[in-house]
Design a protein around this ligand. Structure first.
Ligand code: S3P
Length: 438
């Protein structure tokens, strides 16, 4: 595992324009799936081995938290072995668990901690310490856990778990993290815990629960898990992360004459809405689904950069489906013919940074015109991006989106906080330099 800081954070990384993107690449494992497999493996009977585990700091935070609960996790390259402790085997942590920058770690693990007969504290870095936790505190309390939070809603959280009872919970926000938190708590609540989601969110937890042998049933938007569930260890390969792939697809689309193929990518339909958006913008994206190991479809994506993209609108249910990709789509929107309207995206304000603000300020520095709203943005099209002093503000997706924007700009850019990419993708700049041609 590479260390978090791959460069001196005080020095802005230089991003030089590229002419085109070309090559065939494969990418590290999906972050969402890595977190879930690791957590379920910890609760299972027997040892699980995962190949192509995410190399990001976030998924390392999940392993560190599991070690804090007494779970043996060994990490060799991208292969992770986890010795399951069984449903009742986790141990009370001696010190607060540290979720780092990872919202998925704190929100999902809190569901597991709520079912444990001990007290645990879980904290995070400065960004995570300012992200809303009320959304998980409310359902966990109604299942019978005691949860204390700073100012009633922020990490650190102190969770006194124990005897939970099942609930039926309608998600007030479209959030896979909240859905998963409740389902994981439901593993230790005797009876049927049900989550009703009005808008579809990524379903990796449902798939993983089934894979590990939990009693789970999905009926359209209603997911039921029956506790107590006995989980069985399994060995699985984790598909490459589609959300990471999108930065490379976008780079190819921004640079005419590009020709890029990405192999072994996770193509779970609850994640592929971004490919539909790209196609609607006129992108030539070709997908070949090759296999479906353990219910997670995997395949390759090919893209050619063929000239100007049309603009479009992302709103309503569609926004939730591409929420992680909006920073990158916003950059494409600025160079598109008619611009991009983004609506119903208030969730962007509570991600690793306020992404409406961090996208807007960076794009403006590159010469784009944007109107910022509380829950969206109007990004004017037709912009020729100019090299600029950019800032990730410590947000991995902002770092990667604007590194790509810099490739397609006129003139050199400086990217402060470029090293934040390590949160999800430490090899990002190395891989980018293997496909960027000048
Ligand atoms: C994730 C769910 C999404 C996403 C995040 C990862 C997950 O968050 O933005 O990057 O792994 O469940 P929300 O569920 O809060 O929307």
């Amino acid at each position: 595992m590479r260390p978090f800081g791959i460069m001196n954070p005080a020095v802005a990384r230089k991003i030089r324009p590229a002419r085109r993107i070309a090559g065939t690449i494969s990418l590290p494992g999906d972050k969402s799936i890595s977190h879930r497999y690791a957590m379920l493996a910890a609760l299972a009977e027997g040892s699980s081995v995962f190949t192509n585990y995410s190399t990001g700091a976030d998924c390392a935070s999940t392993l560190a938290c599991l070690r804090g609960l007494g779970v043996e996790c060994s990490h060799r390259g991208t292969t992770v072995r986890i010795r399951g402790m069984g449903a009742a085997g986790l141990q009370a942590p001696q010190v607060p668990l540290d979720a780092g920058n990872s919202g998925t770690t704190i929100r999902l693990l809190s569901g597991i901690l709520a079912g444990q007969p001990f007290v645990s504290a879980i904290r995070g870095d400065e960004s995570l310490s300012n992200r809303p936790m009320q959304r998980i505190i409310t359902p966990l309390r109604s299942m019978g856990a005691s949860v204390d939070a700073r100012d009633g809603q922020f990490p650190p959280l102190t969770i006194r778990g124990g005897r939970l009872h099942p609930i039926r919970y309608e998600l007030p926000v479209a959030s896979a993290q909240v859905k998963s938190c409740v389902l994981l708590a439901g593993l230790s609540a005797p009876g049927a815990t049900q989550v009703l989601e009005l808008l579809e969110t990524r379903n990796h937890t449902e798939i993983a629960l089934r894979r590990f042998g939990a009693k789970v049933h999905v009926d359209e938007r209603e997911i039921t898990v029956r506790g107590p569930s006995r989980l069985e260890a399994c060995d699985l390969r984790i598909p490459s992360d589609l959300s990471s792939a999108v930065f490379f697809l976008a780079a190819a689309l921004l640079l005419p004459g590009s020709d890029l193929r990405i192999e072994g990518v996770g193509l779970n339909p609850t994640r592929t809405a971004v490919l539909d958006v790209l196609r609607k913008m006129g992108a030539a994206v070709r997908i070949e689904t090759q296999s479906d190991p353990g219910g997670e479809p995997v395949g390759s994506i090919s893209v050619r950069g063929a000239g100007p993209l049309a603009g479009g609108e992302i709103s309503g249910a569609a926004t939730a489906g591409v929420i992680d990709e909006i920073p990158m789509l916003a950059v494409l929107g600025a160079v598109s013919e008619s611009g991009l309207r983004i609506r119903d995206a208030g969730e962007l304000r509570v991600k690793e940074t306020d992404r409406i603000a961090t996208v807007t300020s960076n794009l403006r520095r590159m010469g784009a015109s944007i109107v910022e709203y509380e829950t969206g943005m109007d990004i004017e099209g037709g912009c020729r991006l100019k090299g600029a002093e950019l800032d990730s503000c410590g947000d991995h997706r902002i770092a990667m989106a604007f590194a790509v924007a810099g490739l397609a700009a006129e003139g050199e850019s400086g990217l402060s906080g470029a090293e934040a990419a390590s949160v999800s993708f430490p090899e990002f700049y190395d891989v980018l330099s293997t496909v960027a041609r000048d």
